[in-house]
Design a protein around this ligand. Structure first.
Ligand code: MLT
Length: 254
C-alpha cells in the first residue's frame, strides 16, 4: 500500500514513522525544524491519519513493506529513517527486510524486546477496550503515561487530538500487531549504518536505562537524552530532539 505523507524541505530524504495510536501530525516540529537539511516525509501508516486500510491484519513487516512501496512510488532510493515507539518496531522490521534502502537510523523512545505474556494480554485488553468504548477510553489511561510529569498544555492538547482522531479499529489492529511483533534484540548487532537513539529522560513506558542498554548494543550508536520529555520527545522537546537529529545528519553527511 502506498502511504500518504506530510512533506517539507529538500535534500536527501528523512522518513519519519509515528507511534501508536498516532499519525504523521506528531512530527509537526520536525517537518518545520529539519526541512533545511532534509526532504522530510512523515508518513501515515495504513489505517492512520489520512491512510486507508484494507481487510488485511496489520503487522510490523506489512508496515515496513508499505514504506518500501511508498519509496518506490516516490522514486526515493534510500532514507534516513526516524521512528518513535511502535514506529521503532517498524524500523527494526524495515532494517531486516530492506537494509539497502537505509542510509541511517534514528530510534526514538522505543525498545527492541517483544511482549511478554502479561503485555500480550494487555494488548488484547486494549483492542477490546477501543472496540467497545472508543478512543477516549484509551486516551484516559494512556495519554498521561506518554508525557513527562509536567507537560506543556500544547503537548497535552496535541496528543489528545491525535489519539482521539485514530479510528478505533485501526488502534485495535495496531495493538494486536504489536502483540505479535518479532524479537528485535538480535537485530541490534546487525545494524551497520550510523544510528542515533533519542530518548525522553522521563519516558515512563520505556525507561531510560533500558534504552541506553539497547543503544549500547548497536555499533557506534550515539545516545541523546532529551530533558523535559517523556515518551513523546519529538513533540515535547522539539528543540533538543531536532538538535540531536541535526548533529546525527551532519555525521551521516560527513
Ligand atoms: C507507542 O507509543 O507506539 C506504543 O506505546 C508502543 C507500545 O505500546 O509498545
Amino acid at each position: 500500500m502506498i502511504l500518504p505523507s506530510h512533506r517539507n524541505g529538500s535534500g536527501p530524504a528523512l522518513l519519519l514513522v509515528h507511534g501508536f495510536p498516532l499519525h504523521a501530525g506528531m512530527w509537526r516540529h520536525q517537518l518545520d525544524g529539519l526541512a533545511e537539511v532534509r526532504d522530510v516525509l512523515a508518513v501515515d501508516l495504513r489505517g492512520h491519519g489520512t491512510a486507508t486500510r484494507d481487510d488485511e491484519a496489520f503487522s510490523m513487516d506489512r508496515f515496513a513493506d508499505d514504506i518500501a512501496e511508498t519509496l518506490d512510488a516516490e522514486g526515493i532510493e534510500s532514507i534516513d529513517l526516524g521512528a518513535l515507539s511502535m514506529g521503532g518496531y517498524v524500523a527494526f522490521a524495515f532494517w531486516r527486510r530492506h537494509p539497502e534502502r537505509v542510509r541511517s537510523l534514528i530510534f526514538m523512545d522505543t525498545k527492541p524486546e517483544p511482549d511478554g505474556d502479561e503485555a500480550k494480554k494487555g494488548r488484547e485488553g486494549a483492542a477490546a477496550l477501543v472496540r467497545e468504548n472508543g478512543m477516549a477510553a484509551l486516551h484516559e489511561g494512556l495519554g498521561p503515561k506518554l508525557l513527562a510529569s509536567n507537560p506543556s498544555p500544547e503537548s497535552v492538547e496535541a496528543l489528545r487530538e491525535i489519539i482521539l482522531a485514530c479510528d478505533p479499529e485501526t488502534a485495535a489492529l495496531d495493538a494486536l500487531a504489536m502483540r505479535d511483533r518479532a524479537d528485535s534484540v538480535p537485530t541490534l548487532a546487525t545494524i551497520t549504518v550510523p544510528t542515533l537513539w533519542v530518548h525522553g529522560v522521563e519516558d515512563a513506558l520505556m525507561p531510560l536505562d533500558g534504552a541506553r542498554a539497547s543503544a549500547a548494543a548497536i555499533a557506534g550508536c550515539v545516545f541523546a537524552e532529551i530533558p523535559d520529555a517523556g515518551h513523546m520527545a519529538p513533540l515535547e522537546n522539539p528543540e533538543a530532539t531536532n538538535a540531536a537529529i541535526r548533529a546525527h545528519l551532519e555525521r551521516v553527511d560527513g
